[in-house]
Design a protein around this ligand. Structure first.
Ligand SMILES: *[C@@H]1O[C@H](CO)[C@@H](O)[C@H](O)[C@H]1NC(C)=O
Ligand SMILES: *[C@@H]1O[C@H](CO)[C@@H](O)[C@H](O)[C@H]1NC(C)=O
Length: 144
């Protein structure tokens, strides 16, 4: 019983550490070679958690999903071309209540035109027990 409680408490704790892609907006169109900022946000929670790293990937959905969509593409299995992989050390947003970090990345030259899944894989250690949590969040963007 107690164990179950601890597990569910950890699960909600883990959910509270979840990141969001603040920018770019879903549906944004980029040209191959174009630079853009991926703004990775998380709430400034009082519960202890230690962010470790993120990986940002871009996966073409062309031929894997109905045209113009990424429906059914599972980015927990692959994030595609890795645009960034390294430490995640978010800072308090000026004038805001959340933590953020901007990553400047570029669409690879010659990237397949069409819908693409932009993913952020986020690795964090949650709570006093340092429970390792890996989450992958994704949005659909377009490459022209
Ligand atoms: C995505 O893939 C993972 C790992 O294979 C699997 O656990 C999960 O159920 C899949 N999700 C969907 C929506 O298919
Ligand atoms: C981070 O990126 C967002 C979205 O592009 C932008 O509004 C903000 O000014 C950037 N912040 C910094 C400090 O570069």
């Amino acid at each position: 019983m107690k164990f179950l409680f601890v597990l569910s408490a950890l699960a909600s704790l883990a959910a509270a550490q979840s990141v969001v892609i603040q920018a770019p907006a879903p549906g944004t169109t980029f040209a191959p070679g174009q630079q853009f900022v991926v703004d990775v946000d998380r709430p400034d929670t009082i519960t202890g958690s230690q962010d470790v790293s993120v990986a940002i990937g871009l996966l073409s959905c062309v031929g894997q999903a109905p045209p113009g969509t990424c429906d059914g593409v599972n980015t927990t299995e692959e994030i595609g071309t890795v645009l960034f992989a390294g430490p995640y050390t978010p800072q308090l947003r000026p004038g805001g209540a959340d933590l953020f970090q901007n990553f400047t990345v570029s669409v690879p030259d010659g990237f397949q035109a069409g819908a693409a899944a932009l993913s952020v894989a986020h690795f964090t250690l949650v709570g006093e027990l340092a429970m390792p949590v890996l989450e992958v969040i994704t949005e659909t963007v377009f490459v022209s």
